[in-house]
Design a protein around this ligand. Structure first.
Ligand code: GLN
Length: 471
């Protein structure tokens, strides 16, 4: 049996019973990466692999390229952060190390600054979906999802601003969780949109997701938006019991535009939940239609402000120029890719004098209405179930020239970030062409336990999470 194909929970048991040495896991992963990553391209700066010692005595984890690792390149897959080696670790990295989890020396590919839904916006070129190499893995955490799916990583962390953990998890047939805003510290996560970003697990199954959430959750004085409430032991939610859980299915989500196969697979998954003792009923989230425009105003506004710090002086890449102003212009002109520039322009416009009230302020008000929809719904149901994405993975290049079409990939995921609530994507079937489909489960703030309980019960009685792509 190849160690890289096992889950973290399985490996931890084997390490504990001394059946295997932890060092052999890194070795197995390195072999796998050397064999398949030339086709998948889940990792960036792969030259780092040869520097990595085999005797790393821990269970390694793969990290997205926007999570700061001390002394190890972190560049958000952007040219503008070329050569940037953070002088400190993100809080999640410090927590992982404390628990004896090793940091895999390669970072995973992503859309530049997490701007995207396909991992095509990376300075290093696209990642390929392990289930069909001509398809995208989703994004922006496409590298992390592809690495876990292709057994190039045991588990991984991604970040989710509007779906970037859940949508790639769904496209790659793995589990991805966006925690409640404030559950996991953002300290050391290079910011995209600070009021929406969260770091979360991408894993092979729900048990590993709970295990990893236990490690990374908790209050952090270094992040003023992290919330100081107790962290439960999430593994206690793995009861395989769905009886009595009240499930809402929002009628606004099951409308035109959804791929027919996805629709059928999701309907079957909901039947399964009912068969397991959950009780589903239709609910309404009336402001759903505003989610995409609201998100793209708030997210770009915050991004334009967060990206102002990349000026060629403090970090990474600097263009050669005659004077200071020219240096700023050339550095930003050459350092940012097309999508980053588009978002800086959109966001700066939305925040500019005379337009602020019409766009940004109005978007914030609509955001509150979207959140109120969820508050009302969670008075009636314990969880909400939806597809993670309206379609399965699409072909590389198919939406690259159509940003609007690309933005619509996130239609089912972004309301969750606007409302700050937690949500998971778990594998729930395959299309006839063999592409995975994901089921999304949402709950009220800080009720990750309910999500994990239902997800685990579903997983225990279905085969989907055990399927492996042929590579
Ligand atoms: N696809 C969305 C966007 O491009 C979400 C990205 C994310 O969650 N980082 O903004």
């Amino acid at each position: 049996m190849e160690l890289n194909t096992l889950t973290a929970s399985e490996l931890l048991k084997k390490i504990k019973s001394k059946e295997i040495a932890a060092a052999s896991i890194t070795k197995a992963l390195k072999e796998r990466v050397s064999k398949v990553d030339c086709r998948v391209h889940a990792y960036v700066r792969a030259e780092g692999l040869t520097e990595c010692a085999d005797d790393c005595n821990t269970l390694p984890i793969a990290l997205k390229d926007n999570i700061c690792t001390q002394g190890l390149n972190t560049q958000c897959c952007s040219r503008i952060l070329e050569g940037f080696r953070p002088p400190y670790n993100a809080t999640v990295v410090a927590k992982l190390k404390k628990e004896g989890v090793g940091i895999f020396p390669l970072k995973t590919n992503m859309d530049e600054f997490a701007f995207g839904s396909s991992t095509e916006n990376s300075f290093f070129g696209p990642t390929h979906n392990p289930w069909d190499l001509e398809c995208v893995p989703g994004g922006s955490s496409g590298g992390s999802a592809a690495a876990v799916s292709a057994d190039e990583a045991i588990w991984a962390l991604g970040s989710d601003t509007g779906g970037s953990i859940r949508q790639p998890a769904s496209f790659c047939g793995v589990v991805g969780l966006k925690p409640t805003y404030g559950r996991v510290s953002r300290f050391g996560l290079i910011a995209f949109a600070s009021s929406l970003d969260q770091i979360g697990p991408i894993t092979k199954d729900v048990s590993d997701c709970a295990l990893l959430l236990n490690i990374i959750s908790g209050y952090d004085p270094k992040d003023s938006t992290s919330v100081n409430i107790e962290v439960p032991d999430y593994t206690k939610s793995l009861t395989a019991d769905a009886r009595g859980i009240k499930v809402g299915t929002p009628k606004e989500y099951f409308v035109e535009g959804m791929d027919q196969e996805v629709k059928d697979i999701i309907a079957e998954a909901i039947n399964k939940l009912n068969a397991l003792g959950a009780v589903s009923r239709e609910i309404s989230l009336p402001h759903t239609e505003y989610a995409v425009p609201v998100y793209y105003i708030i997210a770009t506004a915050e991004a334009s402000s967060n990206l102002a710090r990349f000026d060629g002086v403090q970090y990474g890449f600097r263009a050669q120029a005659g004077d200071l102003l020219e240096m700023y212009k050339l550095t930003r002109g050459q350092g940012f890719g097309q999508e980053a520039k588009r978002r800086i322009i959109l966001g700066t416009f939305a925040l500019s004098h005379g337009y602020f009230d019409a766009y940004y302020l109005r978007a914030q008000k609509a955001r509150t209405l979207i959140k109120d929809d969820f508050d009302r719904a969670f008075n009636e149901v314990d969880v909400i179930v939806t597809p993670t994405s309206p379609t399965p993975a699409f072909k590389i290049g198919e939406r690259a020239d159509n940003p609007l079409k690309m933005y619509l990939s996130d239609i089912y995921t972004i309301s969750v970030n606007l409302a700050g609530i937690p949500a998971i994507s778990i594998p729930c079937g395959f299309t006839k062409k063999g592409l995975p489909v994901g089921l999304q489960i949402l709950a009220k703030p800080f009720n990750e336990e309910m999500i994990l309980r239902l997800a685990h019960a579903y997983e225990q009685s279905t085969p989907w999470h055990k399927m492996k792509p042929k590579l």
